[in-house]
Design a protein around this ligand. Structure first.
Ligand SMILES: [Zn+2]
Length: 84
């Protein structure tokens, strides 16, 4: 599925080696936790449960430079097994 990344107002915070937290927009004061396991991101929100992807994951990917907008970054992402 191709779509343009939308401007992100969500801010991710790295809370562990492969864990990030993003504030929930629908439930102010709560956090969604994004984890990276075996090169795949998962998130605790409902959207991720149903679609396998969500704005929180996109926010994390953007914050660590893994959005596939730059060929060099994309190659780097492939090199560490994030994207295939
Ligand atoms: Zn999410």
């Amino acid at each position: 599925m191709l779509h343009k990344p939308t401007p992100m107002t969500l801010e991710s915070v790295q809370i562990g080696r492969d864990r990030w937290a993003v504030p929930s927009r629908s439930q102010p004061g709560s956090l969604h936790v994004i984890t990276l396991v075996a090169g795949r991101f998962s998130c605790t929100c409902d959207g991720c449960l149903y679609r396998g992807h969500c704005a929180h994951i996109a926010s994390v990917q953007g914050s660590i430079g893994l959005l596939p907008v730059d060929p060099d970054k994309l190659a780097a992402a492939r090199a560490i097994g994030i994207m295939t």
